[in-house]
Design a protein around this ligand. Structure first.
Ligand code: GLU
Length: 428
């Protein structure tokens, strides 16, 4: 039976690197477990007057390199082991991108799609009330993730302010720009992902020519095709920037209800209009209906999973025909699937390298909050490009010099930095 527990996937990956890194059993043990975690019950008054109790978690996986950092997910299928795995991935992500931060993740088991704005606000405030003594700017800084957004961050920041008696912008990132949020945070994950794809293209002999993000040049349309799985914040911007930054043709898009396909190309703006009206990308005129599974197996240049974990498994990996798999989502590929993809010569840009743009700009948001400053979008994007490019180059250099797969190289660099910080602190 294939392992679908994200924490187990992470643990196996640590084992793969332990010989190269000469990890002692004690250090390896420490890296395989979260350092702190909090489980909370959240009583929330619903619109019909009843009280519903939701379960929530916050996991601080490792804070050797600095305060723990990571998003909050609102999802009906949330589990503590997924949150632990995602908190571990945040630890490696911050280390690989050389941010002075550790890794964390939070989640609440709920279905925001069936909740009113009022119910969501009360849930967000209840969650912050429950975790407020566990977090803080020097301890753990949450951010948006699956089904949470700047509005949820604003409610949580306000709740924190009500409890402490002062407004501290740096307690949470991904806030609206009106409330200490950073320019360029909304599409940072997707933009960072496209910078990683651009770098991959350079090294792989260029399937496509992605323009420098700082340039104002018109992008010529290329024949490069892209399929994007997921149409939330990351998926939408991934599809939009495919055309705007890279001149690529988006031939397929999906959300949790199904997928749409048009080999001539889809306009992400108008698909978004359709989704706003109908609640889904399905039924979009001018495209044929396909399943999410079929989308993943399309013959495209670039496949972008931008939704949840464990979508590429041993079951479908043999059928993946993309040249590049750019993991905009966290943990979309299982360990077994990865071996199959590698055998088939698919270039994988692993999640914590590829989707680091979100937390990189979250870090810039913190820097702006601490210095009471506000940077223009051009400045944020220039710095984002620099950091993404540096991380891609470091990983790819290790792939070339050590002959290891991309994910193993990324893990090795990240783990080494975390272990060095633990040694310097005198923990190990
Ligand atoms: N949720 C995003 C991620 O998984 C961003 C986290 C953050 O900004 O702290 O990387």
């Amino acid at each position: 039976m294939e392992e679908m527990n994200l924490l187990e996937t992470v643990r196996k990956q640590i084992c793969t690197c332990s010989v190269d890194l000469r990890l002692t059993p004690n250090v390896e043990e420490l890296l395989k477990k979260p350092m702190h975690e909090l489980h909370v019950s959240l009583p929330v008054r619903m619109d019909d007057g009843t009280i519903q109790t939701f379960q929530g978690f916050r996991v601080q996986y490792n804070n050797a390199r600095g305060p723990a950092k990571g998003g909050i997910r609102f999802h009906p299928d949330e589990t503590i082991n997924t949150i632990r795995g995602l908190a571990a991935i945040m630890t490696w992500k911050c280390a690989l991108h050389d941010l002075p931060l550790g890794g964390a993740k939070g989640g609440v088991i709920c279905n925001p799609k069936v909740m009113s704005q009022g119910e969501l606000e009360r849930l967000s405030r209840a969650y912050m009330k429950a975790i407020c003594r566990f977090i803080g700017p020097g301890r753990d800084i949450p951010a948006p993730d699956v089904y949470t957004n700047p509005q949820v961050m604003a409610w949580m920041m306000d709740e924190y302010a009500s409890i402490t008696g002062y407004t501290e912008f740096g307690v949470i990132t991904g806030k609206p720009v009106t409330l200490g949020g950073s320019e360029g945070r909304d599409d940072a994950t997707a933009r960072g992902g496209w910078i990683a794809i651009r770098e991959a293209g350079k090294h792989l002999g260029v399937y496509f020519a992605i323009r420098e993000t700082a340039s104002a040049m018109e992008m010529p349309v290329t024949n490069t095709t892209v399929a994007v799985q997921g149409f939330g914040n990351v998926g939408y911007h991934a599809a939009r920037l495919a055309g705007e930054l890279a001149g690529c043709r988006v031939v397929a898009l999906s959300d949790s209800r199904g997928a749409i396909y048009n080999p001539e190309g889809l306009d992400p703006h108008s698909v978004m209009e359709h989704k706003k009206k109908t609640g889904s990308v399905t039924g979009y005129p001018g495209a044929s209906a396909i399943t999410n599974e079929e989308l993943l197996e399309l013959e495209v240049d670039i496949l972008i999973p931008a939704a949840l974990e464990n979508v590429i498994t041993a079951k479908n990996a043999h059928h993946i025909r993309a040249k590049i798999l750019a993991e905009f989502a966290n943990g979309p590929t299982t360990r077994e699937a990865e071996d199959i993809l590698s055998e088939n010569g698919i270039h994988i840009i692993p999640d914590f390298l590829c989707n680091g743009g979100g937390v990189i700009v979250s870090y810039y948001e913190m820097v702006q909050n601490f210095t009471m400053d506000h940077w223009p979008a051009t400045e944020v994007r220039r710095r984002l490009d620099e950091r993404m490019t540096a991380a891609y180059t470091a990983v790819y250099t290790m792939v070339r010099t050590h002959g290891v797969p991309m994910r193993q190289a990324a893990y090795t660099i990240a783990l080494e930095r975390v272990v060095r910080a633990m040694e310097d602190r005198g923990w190990v």
